[in-house]
Design a protein around this ligand. Sequence first.
Ligand code: MG
Length: 306
Amino acid sequence: MRLPDRVEIVEVGPRDGLQNEATHIPTPDKVALIAALAAAGLRRFEATSFVSPKWIPRLADAEAVLAALPHDTGAVYGGLIANERGYDRALAAGVREVSVVVSATEGHCRANLNRPIAEVLSGFAPIAARGRADGIRVRANISTVFGCPFDGVPPMAQVISVIERIAATGIDNITLSDTIGVANPRQVGAIFAEATAAFPRVTFAAHFHDTRGLALANVVAALDAGVRIFDSSIGGLGGCPYAPSAAGNVATEDLAFGLAEMGIATGIDLDRLLDAAELVERLVAHPLRARIDRRLLGVGGAVSSR
Ligand code: MG
């Protein structure tokens, strides 16, 4: 296996997780959560959404959250956007990174974004150009790469075609997402190997869900294929709207623990990360995934991070 010394974790819980929660979480509590995660060593966040509150009412307080976040931690706060209006808001709020979204499959693209893939992609080039001019990193997230609730598993050529059309807009940070948690390690290895070979100038990231317990196995397969950036969500927040009781994003504490045990540095202090996991469980007011027992931290082969 080709394992690196270090990987970067992008914490997406404050956006991908909280947007799906039934509970209204007050702005100061969102800020406290992100601050706790930054204190644990996370340095990159999808912190909120600048998509219209009509679509994502839980994150209507994006500007207030950004204004209150600690800016002395070195953390990069990003936001989800759907168009240039969202870009304007994100820029004004002081984000350093924006995420745009498309799907690998037409069925999911129409269900999630109400538009066909080509139309969504046509909006990316102006955002990419503005990002370059403003020094804002633009990240494109491709949903349903490994399987779609409407169209099944997209052919490799279709995934590569979507990546190619995104790269042609000038976006060179692309995340391949297992939106419904159906990816398997063999498939993950094959797709990332193909994508990284075909687009050497693109920095790829992986976004896995733990719906069937395969998220960390998929992380290892992606590591072996050369991926060095992973999305995760504190407490495993962030279910899938198409699988109501299913587990959500891979939990940041599971990912950080697994990487630490393999001797791969993330810069995360696991003990403080568990503080953040306890905080988020109080905020959403329902039990999250089983937490790591603190007494087990460092019992295994962990080399780094504590
Ligand atoms: Mg997700």
